[in-house]
Write a protein that binds this ligand. Structure first.
Ligand SMILES: C[S@@+](CC[C@H](N)C(=O)[O-])C[C@H]1O[C@@H](n2cnc3c(N)ncnc32)[C@H](O)[C@@H]1O
Length: 208
């Protein structure tokens, strides 16, 4: 069984591997929700993270921030773009050769619209592309999946939700149609997300 602690306690399946550098190419306005995910990204990546195409002081405590796009920051021949439309899955051996692991700072779509391909992969065709399984993951779940593969796990062995439902009452619920990783039978949700959803719902109640 895989535990979240394993990601932190055993950051490498091989003592010689350099820790991966997670690159988040920011492509959306940084809302409270996006910021919560980015905070979680930084924690999971243990600070080995940079934010590109971003100009926001709130990100400076999470990692290095570049106004430039990732295309100007990474070394293309050492880069893997995590793209749901890629044919090959990410494997632990990839960490021997590649240093930069680019994740789109793109919100989930239902159904998915291949935006990673259009907005990220197509801009650096020299880079390799890998998938993280068949389900559309949130950015923080994608970072966690990358780190689990880094520790030696296979994507196929990691359980992922189809969607998550936050139920407020018998007739009210919010459904998040994206994949979250399940470790030790616990869904690894973005810390603070449930509180945010509850607050948003109260605001809606106040208006109507
Ligand atoms: C919420 S997803 C956005 C996906 C976007 N709606 C699309 O259609 O491509 C955010 C990012 O996480 C990464 N990601 C999520 N699921 C993935 C998967 N199954 N395989 C590879 N990368 C994934 C990608 O880098 C993606 O840009």
């Amino acid at each position: 069984m895989i535990r979240l602690d394993d990601v932190e306690a055993h950051p490498s399946s091989s003592e010689t591997m350099e820790p991966p550098l997670i690159v988040i190419e920011n492509l959306e306005p940084i809302t409270e929700w996006v910021l919560l995910e980015y905070e979680h990204d930084s924690k999971i990546a243990m600070g080995n993270i940079i934010f590109t195409n971003a100009d926001d002081k709130r990100l400076e405590r999470l990692g290095k921030v570049y106004r430039e796009s990732f295309t100007e920051v990474v070394e293309p021949d050492k880069t893997i773009i995590l793209d749901p439309s890629a044919n090959q899955p990410l494997r632990t051996e990839d960490f021997d050769r590649y240093r930069y692991f680019v994740i789109g700072g793109i919100c989930g779509d239902s159904p998915p619209k291949n935006r990673t391909k259009d907005l990220v992969s197509s801009r650096l065709p020299e880079a390799e592309r890998r998938n993280l399984g068949k389900k559309q993951l949130t950015t923080d779940s994608a970072v966690l999946m990358v780190m689990l593969v880094y520790t030696g796990e296979r994507i196929e062995d990691i359980e992922v939700t189809d969607s998550v439902e936050e139920r407020y009452s018998e007739d009210e619920a919010t459904v998040l149609p994206v994949g979250y990783i399940i470790l030790e039978e616990k869904v690894i949700l973005t810390p603070g997300l449930i509180d945010l959803l509850i607050r948003k719902r109260r605001k809606t109640d106040a208006v109507f």
